[in-house]
Design a protein around this ligand. Sequence first.
Ligand SMILES: Cc1cc2nc3c(=O)[nH]c(=O)nc-3n(C[C@H](O)[C@H](O)[C@H](O)COP(=O)(O)O)c2cc1C
Length: 213
Amino acid sequence: MSNNSSQLSRHSARNFSDKSVDLEQLKEIISEAQHAPSWENAQPWKVYLAVGETAKQIRKANADAVDQQKKSWAEVTPPQEWAAKPQKNIDDWLKRMATYMGDDVQLFGEAGKNLYNAPAIAYITIPKDSTQFSAYDTGAFGYGILLAAEERGISSLPAYSFVRFPEIVRQYFNISEDEVILMGIGLGYPTDAKINKMETVREPLDAALQIRD
Ligand SMILES: Cc1cc2nc3c(=O)[nH]c(=O)nc-3n(C[C@H](O)[C@H](O)[C@H](O)COP(=O)(O)O)c2cc1C
């Protein structure tokens, strides 16, 4: 892989500056991501993009909901238990994050509460009762957004935190009852905050790859 690969330079940002992202660039990013492959070109995803005043109001509503300890569920719920391999990697990541953040570890939760101050949030939906193949297709589409943004010097964060209160998101968009909100992606320009500089590692190749020749 070449050293200037956007796959290697991309990493999650969790504190965005107030600088807005040019709307034309955001449209280009999403348009490029639409070239993701999908089952018989099914393209199951839809995108709802919050920018400007709408993103600001959603961030505020989210912070209020967290402060009020509102009970809510994402429309696609995480599992109660993960399989052993992902669980081990999650544990490693949590440890790494706690060590890196040290006394500032509570900033992680606060960042989520404020939706990372993201000036643009792309909400991705799929049809209700989608098959796992639609989730596969939409993951490729979501990653396409991250890479197309990275290539333009725009940072990103895919996060469950964005979709914890789907009723807030639905207030701002016309999202059909036949769709579920799967994921939210924050886009913008990172500040110099320490939280933006956390490095993650990947398991060794042979933990994920088996080859027979
Ligand atoms: C489906 C999904 C949900 C995520 N949810 C969160 C989240 O709620 N909060 C957060 O800080 N990061 C979240 N992340 C970001 C991951 O923690 C991050 O991608 C991972 O640790 C690898 O780090 P990197 O993106 O910097 O390479 C999420 C990522 C994905 C793909």
